[in-house]
Design a protein around this ligand. Structure first.
Ligand code: ZN
Length: 166
């Protein structure tokens, strides 16, 4: 396993739609392992492959990661097939440092995808798990928390990001 670099928005990889995964080969298994190590080291509660520069539809999450408990979930080609209820919470993102945005999302979702063995997954989630899944799937569609922020907040962030590059 190896740590991977977490890309920071506006990196192009964070703005495009990720590719569907057709074969779960060694590259994908290694990617999932590396992402797991990277997420726990950050520390974060979820990570999507585009955040480490791989434009493929793979997300991992463990909403309890910061307390050292909970189960790791790996979902390949995840999609939300049903959503219900609405909740607004403040979110942060490893790829958008030092920014928090209030985002309204479904409070419950039904998610389908496959696991690392190619087995179909069907998951009913609510609470924090539902929120993290929706946040990570946004990454696969080229969306980040700034897409939900005011244009003023976005431009302030961009100015700071440009300055720190120099
Ligand atoms: Zn994120």
């Amino acid at each position: 396993m190896a740590l991977r670099e977490i890309l920071v928005w506006p990196d192009e990889c964070l703005k495009k739609k990720a590719e569907e995964i057709k074969d779960i080969d060694l590259h994908i298994v290694t990617l999932a392992e590396d992402m797991t190590q990277t997420m726990y080291a950050a520390p974060g509660v979820g990570l999507a492959a585009p955040q480490v520069g791989i434009s493929k539809q793979l997300i991992i999450l463990n909403p309890q990661a910061k307390t050292g408990t909970g189960n790791l979930m790996v979902i390949i080609n995840p999609r939300i097939v049903a959503g219900d209820g609405k909740d607004t919470e403040t979110e942060m993102c490893l790829s958008v440092p030092n920014v928090s945005v209030d985002i309204t999302r479904h409070s419950r979702v039904l998610v389908k995808g496959i696991d690392l063995k190619g087995k179909e997954i069907e998951l009913e989630a609510d609470g924090l798990i539902a929120r993290v899944i929706q946040h990570e799937i946004d990454h696969l569609n080229g969306r980040v928390i700034l897409n939900y922020a005011s244009s003023l907040k976005r431009s302030i962030y961009l100015k700071k990001a440009q300055k720190s590059k120099v």
